[in-house]
Design a protein around this ligand. Structure first.
Ligand SMILES: [Zn+2]
Length: 316
């Protein structure tokens, strides 16, 4: 998996511009040029509530999906192409979760989790990834159609949480020293989730094109300690703008830049015409078998729980 981070040529550190809201539902690029560190910070608020509202999951699954959506936003906002898509898909064996999918396209996020509610009742309050996913893997797919670039990385679902799994993936498979922190918390009736991704990327060396790696570069432990000091409650606090949080963590550095912000929203791309066209491709006898008692073919979107009712005669 290449690491599609934009080049370092960016404006100097700017305070929040009045039109940009950096508290919730936004991902912000971050660079610390003197340490060759770059990354993203993101916070999700109403977007998470809106994704979760359609599903009715238990709190533990809500928290997991909130963190997965945050990781999706951090990685998706690295894509250079506006039409680029980032997909996280957990594949599991013997876990109480048998499927988790999240994706990102142009700031739109969506996701769902398929789980066994009975087995969930028996897990600990803070289950490890193994308790949830069994022998699981997370496939991360970057898809940039204009550049015809598509690559996939596979992350073993091991460790305390998704942030830990993603971090060890970058370090071990990509040989990119990385820090990933994810947190999600329900404050009152609303979910807030936040994440920080930082990577040591010397200029001109990106992802798989890197010729040599410096896992022992002295700049990196310094940045990893500062970044790693971020608290879960800072990541999830909707009152704390993301640029203020970056400043709080790195203000002693020579220069800290915030890059372009990406607004995040809930978006599902299911569309009745597309669903109809997919069903229309089935042979007539198979379509007939799909017809329910009410004479309609019903198709549900797993992402947003929308239900589409199609009249069989529309398809002929
Ligand atoms: Zn949908």
């Amino acid at each position: 998996m290449t690491n599609p981070v934009e080049p370092a040529a960016t404006p100097p550190y700017l305070r929040t511009m009045p039109s940009v809201q950096l508290n919730s539902d936004v991902a912000l690029g971050v660079a610390i040029p003197s340490r060759n560190a770059r990354g993203r910070i993101a916070r999700l608020g109403p977007v998470v509530d809106s994704v979760l509202a359609n599903h009715g999951y238990p709190p533990l699954i809500e928290k997991l999906l909130a963190e997965a959506l945050t990781l999706t936003a951090l990685l998706g906002s690295l894509l250079k192409e506006p039409g680029g898509q980032l997909t996280l898909q957990a594949q599991t064996e013997g876990g109480l979760i048998d499927l988790m999918v999240c994706d990102y396209l142009g700031g739109d996020l969506r996701g769902y989790v398929r789980h066994d509610a009975e087995r969930l009742a028996d897990v600990s309050a803070e289950p490890s990834l193994q308790e949830l996913f069994g022998k699981g893997y997370l496939a991360i797919t970057f898809d940039q159609p204009l550049a015809k670039e598509r690559y996939q990385g596979i992350v073993p679902l091991e460790g305390k949480n998704l942030g830990e799994a993603a971090q060890s993936y970058f370090a071990q498979s990509e040989q990119i020293p990385s820090l990933v922190r994810l947190a999600a918390e329900k404050r009152g009736d609303h979910w807030f989730a936040g994440g920080l991704l930082l990577q040591h990327l010397p200029e001109g060396e990106e992802g798989r094109d890197r010729l040599h790696t410096r896992l022992d570069h002295p700049d990196w432990p310094h940045i990893a300690i500062l970044g790693g000091s971020v608290k879960a409650e800072e990541l999830t606090d909707p009152e704390l703008p993301l640029d203020d949080l970056i400043w709080r963590l790195f203000h002693e550095e020579e220069e800290v830049r915030t890059l372009a912000a990406v607004d995040l929203s809930r978006g599902c791309r299911c569309d009745p015409d597309y669903v109809r066209s997919v069903i229309a491709r089935f042979p007539a006898d198979e379509r007939q078998a799909m017809v329910g008692d009410d004479g309609m073919i019903r198709v549900d979107c797993a992402f947003c729980s929308s239900s589409f009712a199609i009249e069989p005669k529309e398809l002929t």
